[in-house]
Design a protein around this ligand. Structure first.
Ligand code: ZN
Ligand code: ZN
Length: 329
């Protein structure tokens, strides 16, 4: 693993991200208010493309409970992955809900069921949370995992999100701001910026932080990018860490670009992130599960294949897993 540039990390950590009670992106980004939202809804006639379920492979439970002598990644759907390596068994943004919404009778519906649930995942000891949007932080999922595993789980959460967990009786937390780190049982965790926003209600926009996690786990460096538009932070991640073994990068929820561009990458941007952070292998996420935006549900992987070819990357460099598929590195 390439050594972390500690001096650069300290310089970046000193950069302010909080202003008058709200967090701000590292780069200037347009503020899309209600007007823009209404323009988007008017232009699309308030209609989303039709939802479609994708084939779901049922993960092999014998495989998932066997020792992970090599890094092993299973896509549960959307931004939820199971990553296993030696003594670490980690989930990213676990959402097993039927809707990405504060209530289960309205809001974006799930078209492909989760490949694993709080009952069927193998024992978990780390959970990474990128931000508090409903398609990334789901109350029922968090509570079900907490009921089953209790203090066996360390929750890695962005600055400001810890209060949400403590209110629910969960205090085994690592809560960090951008470029801050924490040791863990198998290495070190770093919270890094993404270009996005946060909020679960009408009055809490950008009151809590968003971002990604770089996890050094034994001799492997994992990067979970979270939810993001394209910005200068990815080249900085590349400068600080030098190399990433496995990067989990979003490719969906990008259309229309005038509205989604600042907060959600498209496949071309995703390939640029793969290159900026110096990833050996990337895996696509944030597509094929919920209908959140205007592109057809099956378009992101097709556009990724084009972007990969245009960049001269082999197919194995930036992979698309099916729901429930397991990749062993
Ligand atoms: Zn989000
Ligand atoms: Zn999202």
């Amino acid at each position: 693993m390439t050594p972390v540039d500690r001096a650069r990390l300290a310089t970046l950590a000193a950069r302010p991200s909080f202003h008058k009670g709200r967090y701000r992106n590292p780069d200037r980004t347009p503020r899309h208010g209600l007007r823009s939202f209404l323009r988007w809804q008017r232009e699309t006639g308030g209609r989303f493309p039709p939802g479609q379920p994708f084939p779901l492979a049922m993960p092999d439970s014998a495989l998932l409970t066997s020792p992970a002598t090599r890094p092993r990644l299973t896509w549960i759907g959307h931004a939820s992955f199971l990553f296993q390596y030696r003594d670490i068994s980690l989930l990213t943004d676990p959402v097993f809900a039927r809707r990405a919404s504060p209530v289960q009778w309205a809001g974006p519906k799930r078209f492909t069921p989760p490949a694993l649930t709080a009952e069927t995942v193998p024992p978990i000891n780390q959970v990474l949370i990128s931000h508090n949007h409903y398609d990334h932080l789901d109350r029922d999922t968090v509570l079900a995992l907490h009921r089953r595993f209790g203090r066996d789980i360390t929750w890695f959460v962005p600055e400001g999100v810890g209060a949400w967990f403590r209110r629910r009786g969960i205090d085994n937390l690592v809560e960090r701001g951008w470029w801050q780190s924490a040791p863990h049982q198998a290495g070190e965790a770093f919270f890094v910026p993404a270009q996005h926003f946060s909020g679960r209600g009408a009055h809490d926009s950008n009151r809590t932080l968003w971002g990604g996690w770089v996890m050094d786990i034994h001799d492997v460096r994992l990067y979970f990018a979270g939810d993001t538009g394209y910005g200068s932070c990815f080249a900085e991640i590349g400068e600080v860490f030098g190399e990433i073994d496995l990067a989990l990068i979003p490719i969906g929820a990008y259309a229309p670009r005038w509205f989604m561009g600042p907060v959600h990458v498209d496949p071309d941007d995703a390939v640029q992130i793969h290159q900026d952070v110096c990833a050996r292998t990337s895996v696509a996420m944030h597509w094929g599960t919920f209908v959140l935006t205007d592109e057809p549900m099956d378009e992101p992987p097709r556009r990724l294949a084009q972007a990969r070819a245009a960049a001269g990357l082999p197919d194995e460099a930036f992979r698309v897993l099916g729901h429930g598929d397991t990749l062993t590195l």
